[in-house]
Write a protein that binds this ligand. Structure first.
Ligand code: C2E
Ligand code: MG
Ligand code: MG
Length: 576
């Protein structure tokens, strides 16, 4: 360990005075330096690096007061304590010293005890000052380092090292400030990325995101910006868009870049993405607006399917607003109990007697009157409101069934639609159980209708759910059968009881035409699988006769009755 001796600079025109001081301080671990004049002292500071200065006041040429002022004016030395050594002791003299920056005084002739005491105390102050300065410097460095880290965290995405959403927004703000409108904000969202996380785990999901980021980066034009916006979302800021042809060429290139699979940890993963684009228009004020519009367009693209893109237009904005209004309105309608269940008879085509009803929701809007489900069910499915409304309908339908059965219609069935969105409700089975208990109906008379597409989209969930329902004796019907998917092959995997032939086949049925063949095939298949068949949308006697001829058991349609409120059903059918 090296001990640094405290360095003391004595400035005095009389060398004898230095000798006295040296003698008095001699026993201590001080390193003493001597300068015989002011300028010499100032010039020697770098060499001596003093920790304390003892400065004579009365010197020829530059006096001690002036030397003191000059040293204190130098930022490097201002903190070094200066003790004035002086025979002048009037208040005025001392005041001059203090004004010049002196830290302490010793009167001449110098007394050994006083000298030692003052030097020690000044050294202590100086060392404390040095410690504090070091501490401050470290603190400042740490703060700077942390600030830099925070900046990186805010402006850089940790997973992909791409710029972050914040950075992206800031750059858009900069473009908007210039008044430039030839730019585009491109929002990219991977399709069904959750599936990757779900089936391969998050670690692979993260690797895939990095691989996607790398690939997207390869298509980045010089000067443009690519950022990670969120989980599986990326954003491009394209600065110079010469024409929409340029833009669309770029978009196609990006979408095509997903044609090749991504190889991640030995897995080959195919991914697609949808893209929404907002183009600078001179109207945008805030960066968030551009993102919002690109996001709206992206959402529109998603509705069309995987790997699509959409450029935002005003019309979409209006549609979006309508949509938001509808959402709010539906929330209110639920609270105000504006949803009412209508019933449409299902008829045995051989006996032409009513075998049951399908419960269909209606919205009694205070201003717009009765609204049909096509207008609001899709919105309720997206927002999840269908879960609550579906239960309202189920409850009303079960209560109604109970009432009608009590009035003597004992063999009546009730069919209720179950939306795909309701599958994912963790309380679905418990909710159904509660309604069954509350309404005291026999579950064997309840049929739940699930659309074919809902089943195909969620095969595993659908299988387990239908099994749970059937274990409660509830019957399962496949609704809108024959639309969309060619699903004849998978039917045997599901425990279902009824098939409802979609009305698009029924209303086109003619001798030996395609619809006739399809219906014929469905009925033949159902016979073999022991499923009951219900034909939907029968509007004419002719259609009914074709179906009877094909051996279709049940039918439903305007020919028999439109869906009606319960009192009308009672008036028209129950009295017979
Ligand atoms: P869906 O389950 O296939 O119901 C049959 C639809 O066909 C009903 O339309 C019914 O009014 C209509 N329909 C019946 N016979 C005929 C006919 O002869 N000709 C024509 N052109 N149409 C006929 P609605 O009531 O407008 O319901 C439409 C869809 O909305 C339903 O199709 C169902 O998917 C859904 N939906 C209705 N109520 C509910 C509900 O409470 N919950 C759920 N999740 N979905 C419901
Ligand atoms: Mg139905
Ligand atoms: Mg249907």
């Amino acid at each position: 360990m090296t001990i640094t001796l405290s360095s003391i600079l004595v400035i005095d025109d009389e060398p004898d005075n230095f000798d006295v001081i040296e003698t008095f301080l001699g026993n201590h671990n001080y390193q003493l330096h001597y300068a015989s004049g002011g300028q010499e002292a100032i010039d020697s500071l770098e060499v001596f690096q003093p920790h304390v200065i003892l400065l004579d006041v009365m010197m020829p040429g530059m006096d001690g007061i002036e030397v003191c002022r000059r040293i204190k004016a130098m930022s490097k030395w201002e903190a070094v304590p200066i003790i004035m050594v002086t025979a002048l002791t009037t208040k005025a003299d001392l005041a001059r010293c203090i004004t010049a920056g002196a830290d302490d005084f010793i009167s001449k002739p110098v007394n050994s005890l006083e000298l030692n005491a003052r030097v020690r105390s000044m050294l202590r102050i100086y060392h404390q000052h040095c410690q504090l300065a070091t501490f401050n410097a470290t603190l400042e460095a740490t703060v700077q380092q942390r600030t830099a880290q925070l900046q990186t965290m805010i402006y850089q995405d940790a997973l992909t090292n791409l710029p972050s959403r914040n950075f992206f927004l800031q750059k858009i703000a900069e473009v908007l400030q210039t008044g430039e409108s030839a730019f585009a904000v491109v929002y990219l969202d991977c399709d069904r990325f959750k599936l990757v996380n779900g089936s391969f785990g998050h670690a692979i999901g993260n690797k895939l995101l990095r691989a996607i980021a790398d690939r997207l980066q390869q298509h980045l034009r010089p000067n443009d910006l690519l950022a990670r916006m969120g989980e599986d979302e990326f954003g491009f800021l394209l600065y110079e868009i010469a024409s929409s042809i340029d833009l669309e060429a770029f978009i196609h290139k990006i979408l095509r870049s997903f044609d090749r699979s991504f190889v991640v940890a030995d897995f080959e993963i195919f991914m697609t993405a949808c893209i929404g684009i907002a183009i600078g228009n001179g109207v945008y004020q805030h960066p968030e607006e551009t993102l919002q519009d690109a996001d709206t367009a992206m959402y529109k693209a998603k509705l069309r399917g995987k790997g699509c893109y959409q450029i935002f237009d005003r019309q979409m904005h209006i549609a979006m607003l309508n949509r938001l209004n509808l959402e709010n309105d539906l929330q209110r309608a639920l609270a105000q109990q504006e949803f009412v269940t209508y019933y449409q008879p299902i008829v045995n085509l051989q006996t032409e007697k009513i075998s049951g009803f399908e419960a269909l929701v209606r919205w009694h809007h205070p201003e717009r009157g009765t609204i049909s489900p096509q207008e609001f069910i899709p919105c309720m499915e997206e927002t999840g409101l269908i879960i609550a409304v579906g239960m309202v309908v189920l409850k009303q339908a079960c209560q109604q069934l109970h009432l009608w059965q009590q009035r003597g219609w004992t063999e009546l069935n009730m069919s209720v639609n179950l939306s795909v969105r309701q599958f994912s409700s963790p309380t679905l089975l418990a909710d159904i159980d509660r309604i069954l208990t509350d309404t005291a109906i026999n579950p064997a008379y309840l049929k739940l209708e699930i659309t074919e597409s809902a089943i195909m989209d969620n095969a595993e969930l659908a299988i387990s759910l239908t099994e749970e329902l059937r274990s409660r004796q509830i019957q399962i019907s496949i609704d809108d059968f024959g639309t969309g998917y060619s699903s004849l092959g998978y039917l045997h995997q599901f425990s279902v009881d009824n098939l409802k032939i979609d009305r698009s086949f029924v209303n086109q049925i003619q001798a030996e035409n395609r619809s006739y063949q399809v219906v014929n095939t469905i009925i033949a298949l159902s016979d073999r699988l022991e499923l009951a068949v219900i034909a939907e949308g029968i509007e004419t006697t002719e259609q009914m006769q074709w179906l009877q001829q094909l051996g279709c058991e049940f039918g439903q349609g305007y020919l028999f009755s439109k869906p009606l409120a319960a009192p009308e059903i009672e008036r028209l059918f129950l009295s017979k």
